[in-house]
Design a protein around this ligand. Structure first.
Ligand SMILES: Nc1ncnc2c1ncn2[C@@H]1O[C@H](COP(=O)(O)OP(=O)(O)O)[C@@H](O)[C@H]1O
Ligand SMILES: [Mg+2]
Length: 213
């Protein structure tokens, strides 16, 4: 299964989602490879941090690849159960070639109107992905959601998303939690950390993701 994590925005939690999904899938016994196709290299840095600081934990294989990803992803799909692709937060050859080769496109979004303003630009691109790859499943997930109980941000964002049937939502939301930041420089996922709420939401997210594939 090839899954791309992509959006037209940076800072929405694509790399954070990618590495956390990779760890949980590895914990579930899946053979996983992470393809970092963003020149910023967040995921690749996380892989080397894992080798350096968390070498007692299961190894996660990662590669960096730029340009047309299609042949590489198809090849990796033969060897691995899950190929996870992290792309930059803009329209790129990497995103286009990954999405048109993938089984699933995960779209992380912050539940804020300013962030969701990019969706009208994204929808035509998603339609193009589907033209080339009709079997592509697309699903959005809210990330960095406020944890305080009075916040209506996620409800309001879900309301906005009803105008975008092209991006059905995961029922899981990933909340704003220090754990997601704290584990990155250690090369860990939150399922390898002490925040049980972060761990639980990633596990439910991964279950949902596997059900979609
Ligand atoms: N659920 C979360 N809770 C707290 N901080 C988060 C969460 N997701 C991402 N972040 C932080 O937000 C910033 C951007 O995340 P990142 O995954 O690099 O986004 P992207 O890959 O979309 O550019 C990073 O500092 C990251 O640690
Ligand atoms: Mg990133």
């Amino acid at each position: 299964m090839i899954t791309t994590v992509g959006s037209l925005k940076g800072g929405v939690g694509k790399s954070t989602a990618t590495v956390n999904v990779a760890v949980e899938l590895t914990r579930l016994g899946k053979r996983v490879i992470v393809v970092d196709a963003d020149p910023i290299g967040t995921t690749a840095n996380w892989i080397s941090d894992r080798e350096q600081h968390s070498s007692d934990l299961p190894k996660i294989i990662g590669i960096q690849k730029r340009g047309n990803l299609r042949a590489t992803l198809q090849e990796l799909d033969e060897t691995y159960d899950v190929v996870l692709v992290d792309v930059g937060g803009y329209d790129s050859q990497e995103m286009r070639t990954a999405a048109t080769t993938s089984d699933l496109l995960v779209v992380p979004m912050k539940p804020s109107p300013v962030d969701l303003d990019t969706l009208p630009k994204f929808v035509p691109l998603l339609e193009q992905f589907k033209d080339f790859n009709p079997d592509l499943a697309i699903a959005g997930i809210f990330t960095q959601a406020p944890t305080h109980s009075m916040s209506r941000k996620v409800d309001d964002a879900k309301e906005i998303l009803t105008d975008y049937p092209e991006i059905p939502l995961f029922s899981t939301t990933l909340y704003q939690r220090a754990a997601y930041m704290d584990v990155m420089p250690l090369g860990r996922g939150v399922v390898e950390w002490s925040d049980s709420k972060a761990k639980a939401e990633v596990q439910v997210f991964v279950q949902e993701l596997m059900n979609l594939a």
